[in-house]
Write a protein that binds this ligand. Structure first.
Ligand code: FNR
Length: 184
C-alpha cells in the first residue's frame, strides 16, 4: 500500500510561490508515495468554546480526518513578520486538539520555508520547528530547506530548473528516509 504525505501550505494566495514550490516537491516523491494538499484556509480560528464533546465545527472534523492515516507531513511556508502565517499556525492548533488526541503525535515531518527575500523564511522555519518539537513530530534535520530569492527559481509555468529540482528531491528523500525509520 502506498504511503501518504499530507502537504500543508502556509499561504492562501492563488499565485503563491510557496504553493508552486510545494507542487514541485509533490512531483518528486518516489513511487509508492501519494501526496495530498490539505486546505487550511477554511478552518475557523481555534476556539475551545466551539470545540466540545457535544459539538465541533465540521471543518475541524474534516481536517482531523484527513490527517488520520498520513505517514508524513510536508510543511511548505512563507514567512510573515519573521514567523509562521496565521492560517498554518491555526491548522496546527486545530490538529493538536482535543487534548490527548493530537493528530500530529509521532508523525514525521519536513519543513520548507520560501521567500522572495534573501533571509529565506528562516524565522518561520524555526518557529514552526519549535511547535513541532512540542507536538512530538520527528522533523527532518538535514538538509535544512530555506528557499530564498524564490522568484529567480520559478519559470512562468511554476517549474524549477534541474539544480533546484535536485535540492527539492533531496528534501523529499530525507522525509522518506525519516518515515522509514519511524514507521510502525
Ligand atoms: C510578508 N513577507 C515577508 N517575507 C519575508 O521573507 N519575511 C517576512 O517576515 C515577511 N513578512 C510578511 C508579512 C506579511 C503579512 C506578508 C503578506 C508578507 C513577504 C512574503 O515573503 C511574500 O509576500 C511572499 O510572496 C508570500 O508567500 P507566497 O504567498 O508567495 O507563498
Amino acid at each position: 500500500m502506498s504511503k501518504k504525505i499530507a502537504v500543508l501550505v502556509g499561504s492562501l494566495r492563488k499565485g503563491s510561490f510557496s504553493k508552486q514550490i510545494a507542487k514541485n516537491l509533490m512531483g518528486l516523491f518516489p513511487e509508492g508515495y501519494e501526496t495530498e494538499v490539505i486546505e487550511t484556509g477554511n478552518l475557523p480560528l481555534y476556539n475551545e468554546d466551539i470545540d466540545t464533546e457535544d459539538s465541533t465545527p465540521a471543518e475541524y472534523t474534516d481536517f482531523r480526518n484527513k490527517l488520520k492515516d498520513v505517514d508524513g507531513v510536508l510543511f511548505v511556508t512563507p514567512e510573515y513578520n519573521r514567523s509562521v502565517p496565521a492560517n498554518l499556525k491555526n491548522a496546527i492548533d486545530v490538529g493538536s486538539r482535543p487534548y490527548g488526541q493530537s493528530m500530529w503525535d509521532g508523525v514525521p515531518a519536513a519543513i520548507v520555508s520560501v521567500s522572495p527575500g534573501a533571509i529565506s523564511g528562516f524565522g518561520a522555519n524555526h518557529h514552526l520547528r519549535q511547535s513541532l518539537v512540542f507536538l512530538n513530530m520527528p522533523v527532518v534535520q538535514q538538509p535544512e530547506a530555506y528557499i530564498g530569492n524564490v522568484t529567480n527559481l520559478l519559470d512562468d509555468n511554476g517549474n524549477v530548473d534541474d539544480r533546484t529540482k535536485g535540492f527539492l528531491k533531496s528534501i523529499d528523500d530525507a522525509l522518506v528516509d525519516l518515515i522509514g525509520r519511524y514507521s510502525k
